[in-house]
Write a protein that binds this ligand. Structure first.
Ligand SMILES: *[C@@H]1O[C@H](CO)[C@@H](O)[C@H](O)[C@H]1NC(C)=O
Ligand SMILES: *[C@@H]1O[C@H](CO)[C@@H](O)[C@H](O)[C@H]1NC(C)=O
Ligand SMILES: *[C@@H]1O[C@H](CO)[C@@H](O)[C@H](O)[C@H]1NC(C)=O
Length: 491
């Protein structure tokens, strides 16, 4: 590890020697604290360690969305320059990272949960701690990639970093903390990739930890949908508390919300989500509600967004004693919608139909992402991509046109986007010319540097299976189609 380099630099900066060291350091890793090459190196660093921090989930997500080539470069399954998964431009000379010449790439950062919840397509396992905790600790961790484009829409990162914001109460600004910024060697990411298939008996030898199988099982109950994540958490948990005997309570406490220490640790097993009815309305789904809560009576409630206060619910239903189930609301599907679980308040007042009987909040699902967590699909050879999304329950399409593609209106003069009810059908339900799409304004997409974004809201009601296809010519010539709506299970 290169420790204390930044400080040493500051002291000698004014001398000739300082200049020499400065120049050297600009080309090296001097500004960062060190390199993480193994899961073992996660020991003793702050990043992602304690609940509700989300850094380990971000790192796990990264490892599972890249392909590491023979040169040790990370080939990305997404396009950070287009804002996929909430990635945003971080320039080439941020204070906590090595300076980059423009041709060596640009830094992109991911992991900010605040106010863009409904706009990032990050899966629920990355965002769930954020939605179920309060206070600044739940939004400090970030992953940064140094990205360059390898022609044909293939993005490559040759370096990755983990970092974090200063604690907000220290008044040290919104920059990242260089003393807690580490370069990530791809060998760490390879280890994370291999966790789902590792033999558990090899863990003590490789990582020098003793995994307690009961606590691993508890972690699997919560994070099991994401192969390898429970094991990563179990290993890091051991680093943090090597001497404690891992029992159920500990495993749960360290992975669920902090306030759940009060005897309701099994809340971490609850899942709440928004799906689509075949009429474009929000459909609430839930599972994993513990018997203790079912006995008391709980209800699922739909809110406009994570920021809505508890009085402004849009719809609600009792779970009717069922640990898992669904409820079709009459609320048109829109980005940001969120399901929360509340205790039911049973009083004579409510039976008479007065008031808003909202009991204590227990758990929150993720905000609904307008494209159902799908990133855009490339229209190959045309510097443009296509995305299906929903607004007011209607199927909508979005075109991301690279700013450098100035002739797009001419090229797409006869191109159109068709809306189809399912993957199998040949007949569109409705359609629009590409050049008649209107420019997106006032949203996260409208601010993506390098792209102009155009949208069209169709008259077609959104429902599972809906798909849009891009046709280059009047008579067809399909270039690309989106995945059918709700291909992914959203929790
Ligand atoms: C990454 O780690 C491997 C093995 O631990 C090492 O051989 C390699 O040089 C490292 N790469 C970088 C860029 O530090
Ligand atoms: C709720 O919506 C789903 C999906 O459209 C549908 O399959 C189901 O039959 C609906 N349930 C009710 C009770 O209307
Ligand atoms: C294509 O261009 C021609 C003229 O060049 C114009 O008349 C026509 O309306 C354009 N088509 C569309 C769909 O805009």
């Amino acid at each position: 590890m290169v420790v204390g380099c930044t400080r040493r630099l500051a002291m000698v900066e004014r001398g000739i020697l300082g200049c020499f060291i400065l120049c050297l350091s600009l080309a090296s890793v001097c500004a960062v604290r060190g390199t993480l090459s193994s899961i073992k190196d996660l020991k003793g660093i702050e990043f992602g360690h304690t609940s509700p921090r989300h850094g380990l989930m971000l790192l796990h997500w990264l490892a599972n969305n890249i392909y590491i080539d023979n040169n040790g470069n990370m080939r990305l399954n997404f396009n950070p320059t287009r804002g996929d998964y909430g990635f945003h431009f971080y320039g080439n000379s941020p204070p906590s990272l090595p300076f980059l010449l423009p041709e060596s790439g640009i830094y992109y950062s991911v992991g900010n949960m605040n106010s863009i919840g409904s706009m990032t397509a990050l899966p629920h396992y990355v965002t769930r701690r954020f939605y179920n905790s309060r206070g600044p600790e739940n939004n400090r961790d970030r992953v940064i990639l140094r990205v360059r484009e390898d022609g044909s829409n293939q993005f490559i990162a040759d370096e990755a970093y983990v970092t974090q914001h200063y604690p907000p109460n220290e008044n040290r600004g919104s920059a990242y903390d260089p003393d807690n910024t580490y370069r990530v060697n791809v060998s760490l990411l390879r280890q994370i990739q291999s966790l789902p298939t590792i033999n558990l008996n090899d863990i003590p030898r490789i990582y020098n930890v003793e995994i307690n199988h009961n606590s691993l099982q508890e972690l699997e109950n919560i994070w099991g949908h994401t192969p390898g994540l429970a094991l990563l958490l179990a290993i890091v948990l051991y680093f943090t508390h090597p001497k404690t005997l891992f029992i159920k309570d500990q495993a749960l406490r360290l992975t669920s919300q902090p306030q759940s220490d009060m005897g309701d640790k099994d809340n971490a097993l609850i899942k709440l989500g928004v799906k689509t009815t075949n009429r474009g309305k929000a459909r609430i789904i839930w599972s994993g509600i513990p018997k203790r809560l079912l006995d008391q009576g709980v209800m699922v409630m739909l809110y406009k967004s994570n920021n809505s206060d508890s009085k402004s619910e849009l719809d609600r239903s009792s779970v009717g004693g069922k640990a898992s189930g669904s409820y079709n609301t009459s609320v048109p599907l829109n980005p940001g919608l969120q399901v929360r679980l509340h205790k039911e308040v049973k009083s004579w007042w409510n039976y008479l139909g007065f008031g808003s009987p909202t009991g204590e909040e227990i758990w929150r699902g993720s905000e609904f992402h307008d494209a159902n967590q799908e990133i855009p699909v490339d229209i190959n050879g045309h510097d443009t991509s296509l995305q299906l999304f929903v607004k007011d329950g209607k199927a909508c399409a979005r075109l991301y046109v690279k700013k450098s593609f100035t002739a797009w209106k001419k090229t797409f003069n006869n191109s159109w986007v068709g809306f189809y009810s399912s993957e199998g059908t040949l007949d569109y339900n409705t359609w629009q010319w590409a050049v008649k799409f209107s420019e997106e304004k006032g949203s996260h997409q409208a601010d993506i540097p390098g792209y102009d974004v155009y949208v069209y809201k169709s008259s077609m009601t959104m429902s599972p299976g809906v798909q849009v296809r891009f046709m280059l010519e009047k008579a067809g010539g399909e270039k690309v189609r989106t995945p059918p709506w709700e291909r992914l299970v959203q929790w």
